[in-house]
Design a binder for this molecule. Structure first.
Ligand code: FAD
Length: 306
């Protein structure tokens, strides 16, 4: 099987409740999940953060969860972020740290302004703690709503950032409003299964779109956050970054992926690690498997090599 055939299957499974029940009930899954997720609770996340920061890495924390259908659960997610900011403040970890937030976990699909209201409370608490917030970007049906929320949040919290996905055809146009001064933009390839009508399908096209967007961000007045593990992308970003001051951009990678490269880049560049934690790891984990056949092989091997 080719990776290109497996990945749509895995991304479909990432959205399936039945698959979730199967995969999360297998005890062995846990050991593999630990490679990508810092732990089930805040204490585990704090431990990972202390270690990363000790090694000169910055962090952005993601309390795992998405596609919330219940207002109570959206509130619980907000509360988890508020606890995170308290803990970071108390433990002296806040300075320079960021939190990554999925609006779908805050009630984006529910009626009214629930997600916006929760996001406001999160930003307000982050600001008090001396931290920043970045909105993750989810599947293409949520992009308009996420950019709208971003615009509203930035009125009061100009430091709120957003992820944009190179694979989406619309991103070229969206960037027009995102290259201004103070605009924090995380550029990613995109992790969701999207139809050809809205997204580039081939790796080559996505990579080309990424580099185009990267050029615009690096030549703009904002603060580009280059989120990729791809050595070719990083090479190009390093060349473009040479014309900028070291404090005007950063690199980002995911927890557990290319740790040695993270440390290498941290010598001379700001390098931020995306640290997911929490019990609701299923969707995140499945997207990581879909990205890289080697991750899937690692997962499957852990079953047969018992
Ligand atoms: P890929 O095309 O996956 O990989 C390219 C190359 O990188 C590989 O061929 C290999 O050479 C190298 N590589 C990758 N993984 C490894 C590994 N484990 N070991 C060794 N080499 C490896 N997506 C969203 O849709 N929304 C978001 O908000 C979002 N936030 C993100 C935040 C961060 C900090 C990062 C890093 C990613 C985020 N993503 C997000 C995921 C992103 O969209 C991609 O799915 C993911 O980063 C994989 O793409 P890639 O650029 O790393 O390159």
């Amino acid at each position: 099987l080719e990776a290109s055939m497996l990945s749509p299957l895995l991304l479909a499974a990432a959205r399936s409740g039945r698959m979730r029940d199967v995969i999360t009930s297998v005890p062995l899954t846990r050991g593999v999940v630990d490679r990508f997720v810092a732990g089930d609770d805040l204490d585990a996340a704090l431990e990972a953060v202390r270690e990363l920061r000790g090694g000169g890495l910055e962090v952005t924390l993601d309390h795992l969860g998405e596609d919330t259908r219940e207002p109570a659960q959206a509130r619980a997610t907000r509360d988890a972020y508020l606890r995170l900011f308290d803990a970071f403040g108390e433990q002296g970890l806040a300075g320079g740290s960021d939190a990554s937030v999925k609006l779908s976990a805050l009630g984006q699909a529910l009626p009214g302004d629930l997600a916006l209201d929760h996001a406001r409370e999160i930003c307000s608490a982050a600001g008090r703690a001396g931290m920043t917030v970045t909105l993750d970007m989810e599947d293409h049906t949520t992009v308009d709503s996420t950019l709208e929320v971003l615009g509203k949040l930035r009125v009061d919290f100009p430091w709120v950032g957003v992820a944009v996905q190179a694979m989406l055809r619309r991103t070229d146009g969206d960037l027009r409003d995102l290259v201004g001064e103070g605009s924090r933009v995380r550029l990613v390839k995109g992790a969701y299964a999207e139809p050809a009508s809205v997204a580039y399908q081939s790796r080559h096209e996505v990579d080309r779109a990424y580099v185009r967007a990267l050029r615009r961000l690096m030549r703009g007045d904002g603060y580009p956050m280059v989120a990729s593990h791809d050595p070719r992308i990083i090479e190009i970003a390093l060349t473009l970054a040479a014309e900028r001051s070291p404090s005007s951009y950063e690199f980002q990678m995911l927890y557990g992926i290319r740790a040695a490269e993270q440390e290498r880049l941290a010598q001379g560049h700001r390098m931020r690690v995306y640290v997911p934690y929490g019990a609701d790891w299923y969707g995140y984990f499945m997207r990581r498997l879909a990205e890289r056949p080697a991750n899937l092989a690692f997962f499957l091997r852990s079953f047969v090599s018992r």
